[in-house]
Write a protein that binds this ligand. Structure first.
Ligand code: NAD
Length: 260
């Protein structure tokens, strides 16, 4: 389905983004990876994409908190992969603290990376998509784009912003062959969530195993983590012709979290 399409996935050196990039590449899309990480690991990933999926693979070290970096990353995708057909805004960070103790620099970083980067990337990518009248924009929001949790002020604000922004973009391109949607994962066991589990284990003086179970019991009725592969499958579905009339949605993949 995606053979010959160029996909840019931000924050794809780890976790959900890597899961999405692998799923799109397995379907034939050329990939521009982005995110931080050990250069040796990134070289391994590039080699994996080229040999396993037989697609073009490139890497951008762009820092999503820096608007000029975001624009340069989109330009690189157009230059090295021949276009920007699929844009997955996925890079994200978390910081957990009550509002009155929330460090101002953490607030600014979460809003910049989790929300503003999607604006800068979509702004730069849309002309490329419009040139071919074909585009798929997928924003990794979160259940926290739909409901809140205490102590996650910046993250919840950013993710609600992403859901709203996705709707605006979907409406602006509604008559074109370009679609914008958001995916709202519940807990996925990635480094971002493992950090919260480890902090909880220390805070509550419990084992990491117990902290993991408690985290799920508190929010995710299935008591199972969603997987990066499942989020990738949702992204692939949103790219498909079957999803042609799905526009501006926020799709939960959350084990029932937001059904409560
Ligand atoms: P992760 O920590 O495994 O991956 C985050 C990725 O973003 C990494 O590749 C990292 O290098 C990259 N990144 C971080 N800061 C960056 C920056 N300034 N510039 C460029 N890249 C940067 O986390 P994850 O859990 O895979 O999270 C991916 C997305 O999914 C995030 O937007 C997160 O909010 C969202 N999400 C995660 C969960 C979950 O349970 N893990 C649930 C809902 C939503």
């Amino acid at each position: 389905m995606l053979s010959g399409k160029a996909a840019l996935v931000t924050g794809s050196t780890s976790g959900i983004g890597l899961g999405i990039a692998r799923t799109l590449a397995a379907d034939g899309a050329d990939i521009l990876l982005n995110g931080f990480g050990d250069p040796a690991l990134i070289d391994e990933l590039l080699a994996e994409f080229k040999s396993e999926y037989r697609v073009k693979a490139a890497y951008s070290p762009a820092d999503m908190s820096k608007p000029p970096d975001v624009a340069a990353m989109v330009a690189q995708a157009a230059r090295e992969l021949g276009g920007v057909d699929i844009l997955v805004n996925n890079a994200g960070i978390q910081h957990v603290a009550p509002v009155e103790d929330f460090p101002i620099d953490k607030w600014d970083a979460v809003i910049a990376i989790n929300l503003s980067a999607a604006f800068h990337a979509i702004r730069a990518a849309l002309p490329h998509m419009k040139a071919r009248n074909w585009g798929r924009i997928i924003n990794t929001a979160s259940t926290h784009g739909l409901v809140a949790s205490a102590n996650k002020a910046a993250y919840v604000a950013a993710k609600h912003g992403v859901v709203g922004f996705t709707k605006v973009v979907a409406l602006e391109v509604a008559e074109l062959g370009i679609r914008a949607n958001a995916i709202c994962p519940g807990f996925v066991l990635t480094p971002l969530v493992q950090k919260q589990i480890d902090e909880r284990a220390v805070r509550e003086k419990i084992s990491v195993e117990t902290a993991r179970t408690e985290l799920l019991r508190e929010k995710q009725p299935s008591l199972e983590f969603a997987t990066p592969e499942q989020i990738g499958a949702a992204a692939l579905f949103l790219c498909s012709q079957a999803a042609a009339q799905i526009r501006g949605i926020a799709l939960p993949v959350d084990g029932g979290w937001t059904a409560q």
